[in-house]
Design a protein around this ligand. Structure first.
Ligand code: PA5
Length: 428
């Protein structure tokens, strides 16, 4: 099976007439001739990362984890979502309840400015051995800077400045920013975010890989999945899944489908959807153009948003992210019950995953019939290799899509507006 399979039978149109536009956008991306071409380092990252870089990430992860129960990863946007998405996708659903854990618990901060969140975090850090990874490419983002000031103080007071140097790692720009200056002065270990990789495309740099390695993710396998996906995702062919996805969503957008729902049927994919929302929202939504990316967790949200999707205004398209095989070794089937009080004996002998798949198929059929065109993206499993391939696939498709819309995928000028007001109100 191909790692990523895109099924376009549910979009109700032929994408081949737009192939040349998509192929041109792919060429622009590969040749670096479009706007924002200083930020194309992510295109080759899976191949360019060296063994010694991977070894250093693993060494620092292991050193930081020695005797540590909680690692607080501080960052926002692209300095947060990739790691969170992959760790959630590849971890046990009830990780925090496992009796014996092989790795520290990775928790996140700096992705909000809630005082309750931070004080509750400090409270759980009190009696536990902790460490911290602080991530900011600019080194000046307010939310993570605020969280780090508080967490750093806690760690320094608890362990002293010398031990804090072992327990704090900074990931930031090679030369610029307050975090770079602070890390150098305090003597913290640092990793560099390459100049040519923007925040939301940085999941396969230390930004994503260090927190993942701390959480026990097999980062080499993740990278190998991304690497294996490269030739297919960069091929100027109608068989290229990234090109197919970009062409389909753009064709639907031209028909007035201005909102894309990314739907999953696995709770572990919730944060992958959050990562995707940032990737597409921040890359495409500018100059009055762009598909609004929204996420739904099914079947959960079928009992809240299902009505709107089925019968509300028809500006929705839906992309279902499907996983072919469950990871569990335990085959969970519905057993026959002599009394059948719940009326479920018709499912006797069926796996729970089969029921979930039928819910997926039934949902797709209903939504297509209700006027919500459907793209289906299938990965073989929810493992490191497939997730690595999926990340790379979404990144390439995003670059193609944005160039098809004629916007710069790699800037985010609109994010400054709220900051300007906030700084004024805060008296900066
Ligand atoms: O994609 C982006 O560039 C942004 O979402 C950033 O990742 C986010 O704003 C955080 O920025 P920084 O890493 O500079 O703190």
């Amino acid at each position: 099976m191909k790692t990523i399979n895109v099924d376009l039978t549910g979009i109700g149109m032929d994408i081949t007439p737009a192939f040349s536009d998509g192929a041109a956008a792919l060429t622009t991306l590969k040749e670096g001739t479009g706007p924002g071409s200083d930020f194309l380092g992510w295109l080759t990252l899976p191949q360019a990362i060296t063994e010694s870089e991977i070894d250093r990430i693993k060494e620092v992860a292991s050193d930081l984890s020695q005797g540590v129960e909680i690692v607080v990863v501080i960052g926002i946007g692209g300095s947060y979502l990739g790691a969170k998405a992959v760790i959630e996708a590849l971890s046990h659903s009830f990780e925090t309840l496992l009796p014996r854990r092989a790795h520290p618990l990775v928790v996140f901060a700096g992705q909000n400015m809630s005082e309750d969140y931070l004080s509750e975090l400090l409270a759980v850090m009190q009696g536990r051995s902790c460490a911290c990874v602080v991530i900011s490419k600019s080194g000046t983002t307010t939310e993570p800077a605020l969280a780090f000031r508080i967490i750093q103080k806690h760690i320094k007071e608890k362990y002293g400045c010398k031990e804090a140097q072992r327990r704090i790692v900074a990931i930031t720009d090679a030369h610029r920013g307050a975090l770079k200056r602070l890390a150098d002065q305090e003597g913290y270990k640092t990793f560099v975010i390459p100049d040519n990789v923007g925040g939301r495309f940085s999941v396969l740099t230390p930004v994503g890989l260090l927190p993942m390695a701390i959480a026990g993710v097999a980062i080499e396998t993740l990278l190998s999945g991304a690497r294996e996906g490269m030739p297919t995702c960069l091929a100027p062919s109608i068989e290229n899944p990234a090109l197919q996805y970009a062409l389909a969503r753009n064709a639907l957008y031209q028909q007035g489908k201005s909102i894309e729902l990314l739907a999953n049927f696995h709770p572990k994919l919730h944060y992958l959807t959050e990562w995707w929302k940032q990737l597409y929202g921040e890359s495409e939504g500018k100059e009055g153009r762009g598909i609004f990316p929204a996420g739904v967790d099914f079947t959960t949200d079928l009992h809240s948003l299902g009505q709107y999707i089925q019968e509300g205004p028809r500006f929705l398209m839906e992309t279902v992210l499907s996983v072919a095989e469950p990871e569990t070794e335990q085959c969970l089937t519905v057993e026959s019950d002599p009394q059948d009080l719940d009326g479920l004996n018709y499912l006797s002998g069926k796996r729970v995953d089969y029921c979930n798949k039928m819910a997926e198929l039934g949902t797709r059929m209903a939504h297509i019939a209700g006027g919500v065109p459907n793209i289906r993206i299938e990965i073989p499993r929810l493992d490191a290799c497939s997730v690595g391939a999926l990340l790379y696939f979404f990144e390439v498709a995003c670059g193609i899509s944005a160039y098809m819309l004629d916007v710069n995928p790699f800037d985010q000028p609109g994010v400054e507006a709220y900051k300007k007001n906030m700084f004024k109100l805060l008296g900066r």
